[in-house]
Design a protein around this ligand. Sequence first.
Ligand code: FAD
Length: 456
Amino acid sequence: MTTPSIVWFRQDLRLADQPALAAAAHDGPVVGVYVLDDDAPGAWKIGGAQRWWLHHSLTALAADLKKQGVPLILRRGDAVAEIAKLAKEVGAETVHAVHHYEPWWKTAEDALGKALTLKLHGGMLLDDPDSIRTGSGGRYRMFTAFWKALRERMPPPEPIAAPRNLSGPSGKIASDDLADWKLLPTTPDWSPGFADWKPGEAGAHAALKAFVPKVGAYDIARNLPSEEGTSRLSPHLHHGEVSPAAVWHAVAKGKGDTEPYLREVGWRDFTSNVIDILPGYADANGRNAYDAMPWREGKDADADFKAWTEGRTGYPLVDAGMRQLWTHGWMHNRVRMVAASFMIKHLLLDWRRGEAWYWDCLIDADYGNNSVNWQWVAGTGIDSNPFGRIMAPLTQSPKFEAADYIRTWVPELAGLSDGAIHDPEEAGCRPDDYPEKIIGHREARERALQAVKKVT
Ligand code: FAD
């Protein structure tokens, strides 16, 4: 019997259009492995909400592989050491994996490549950002130019179907029990609000199918938090339950202008491009001048941060977003921007505090997407909104028709009219159980502009 090869699964938890799995299947028997490697040096530990997702996604992947006789072996610890150990146990020499761009994964890939034959494949992005070069051979640092160059290389190759010729090795291989990883919350179980999500490859394809008829309306609908105008594919894409190429081809067949949506998917490639060239981007300002920014610190700042996380700022759109995030593990993009801007500029808190909070609460928490978007909003990034462009939550709210969204997530305000709900304090009808504004908009704006003058 031929020796098996190992497929190292990470954020590529699918069978279809999974080049590492396809290549391994071509070679002979396959052993799948997922290593929970929380202590990898420099790794951002998987956040609370994402652990919930991971549990269900691994359950689905294991079931799908099992149908084809392939085991999904679970191990916990140093990924390189665990995979080397597993290879010895099963007599494998080759490991196939989809290449990932998080700095700790790149380090692990380098180390594993020294210990075993590691064959890395694409599949995480539309294209490898390293091959998208400026005229002078450099890397892009601005989205617009990056997208133009990437767009010219599109479409991506047609997605390949899940292999039908899979087989596993004979004999039993030791594996952790997923339940022992305790990825699901118990005391308390804060996950009932996640019930609508369907982690796993089947859920990803169902979400994609449901979205395609809506793609023509996306350009306008994507900004309206009261509507379901976006695809909600982000947790599926982050965990690799569907490939971006499969999304591209499905959406491109939709009716109307599909370009605005494809461009957003292109943002995902761009953020991986950024962390590929600046691996510490989640921790360090893209523009050094901001290292001296006088962010607020201390007791009052901590209290304001807490109020923000709990959705008690007195700004209904911000509070609705923060409560959606806590309850549902996801937040509408327009509101992610407004809430992030509010924390950074109205509260004058270091963007990294909010970044870490989103990371822990988002089911789609993604090293590249989260850091690049936080730095974009903060104005600290290499391609950013200027700091001085301060979003006005009280204006954004009626502009993007957020009344019903607020009613859903801030029940204290559910009885208010469309006219009053965006700023109940100003309308003179703030219910007693809804907080006063934590700071006035003009005062906050002035404070932020004074602060940034010190560094720019
Ligand atoms: P759609 O509008 O349907 O977009 C389709 C896909 O394109 C998304 O699933 C996502 O993969 C990609 N995409 C869309 N917008 C962006 C963007 N601005 N940047 C990168 N990719 C994008 N997205 C994450 O996946 N993980 C994060 O951790 C994350 N953190 C964010 C933090 C802040 C402060 C902000 C402003 C945005 C963040 N985003 C993040 C981007 C964006 O908000 C989400 O990708 C989007 O809301 C997901 O919903 P959707 O799948 O319905 O998106």
